[in-house]
Design a protein around this ligand. Sequence first.
Ligand SMILES: Cc1cc2nc3c(=O)[nH]c(=O)nc-3n(C[C@H](O)[C@H](O)[C@H](O)COP(=O)(O)OP(=O)(O)OC[C@H]3O[C@@H](n4cnc5c(N)ncnc54)[C@H](O)[C@@H]3O)c2cc1C
Length: 237
Amino acid sequence: MVTVHLRLPTSVPEARECLSEGAVPIGGATLLWATWQRDGFPQQAMSLRELPEANVLERGRVGAAVVLHRMDGRMPDALRLAASQVGTGAVRRSATVGGNVVGSTLRCLLPAALVLDARATVLEADGVRETDLAELIAKRPLLLSLGWRDPIASAFFKGAGEAGGAPPLVVASALHDDDGTAVLRVALRDGHEFLAASVPRAADTARTLGALRDSALADAPPAAWDVIRSQAESLPT
Ligand SMILES: Cc1cc2nc3c(=O)[nH]c(=O)nc-3n(C[C@H](O)[C@H](O)[C@H](O)COP(=O)(O)OP(=O)(O)OC[C@H]3O[C@@H](n4cnc5c(N)ncnc54)[C@H](O)[C@@H]3O)c2cc1C
């Protein structure tokens, strides 16, 4: 019989202790269960579901232990819509923000987090710190929460996917007020690759799109440009 000691820290110092003792982070186990069955079970796992810092759900912040189906109108549209289109209802009732952004390969929430320019609050052996999304994805530390400054408006698109096929195109956009300048931030998932760029929002959409074509999005597939254009046109002027 398999026994995994599930630890439920209720404070950050307790979570740090679990981490230092090798407990594996677990969200809703929608991915982990199959991994453990294939590769073997760890001695101990740590769920953040009793940790207040990982359960915050408010304007400008969402905790890593929040399950996707709880992400409501307090979230910017891009993030709420991204969460509402992950997998099936059963997956969304179990899967967590931390499991999706840090632990999955699909990461439908990531383009939305990228356009919000979200910062990650993480816990490591030497304590809590803030980092950016690139480092979060590269190093995969324990995520406590994501925080951002709310945009003026945001949008999200996910293409139709085929079972077992390539991940569908995902495009997110957000319009920000950057010290009086309107800035459009666009991010997308193309296959398993993520691209993001920000440009000043010009009065005319063609100029904004021109600037985006000269950015890190230059290699985005043609289908993405139709979506980017429509999102750029739909966001308020
Ligand atoms: C049927 C099905 C359909 C799916 N469709 C989509 C889809 O359309 N789009 C999409 O993006 N995803 C999709 N997924 C994947 C889904 O995103 C993941 O299953 C889910 O987000 C994982 O969340 P979880 O809380 O269950 O993570 P778990 O399975 O518990 O953990 C997964 C990994 O994340 C790590 N982890 C968990 N929490 C944290 C944390 N706080 N900090 C650091 N690491 C952590 C774990 O250690 C583990 O390595 C689908 C999955 C299924 C089963």
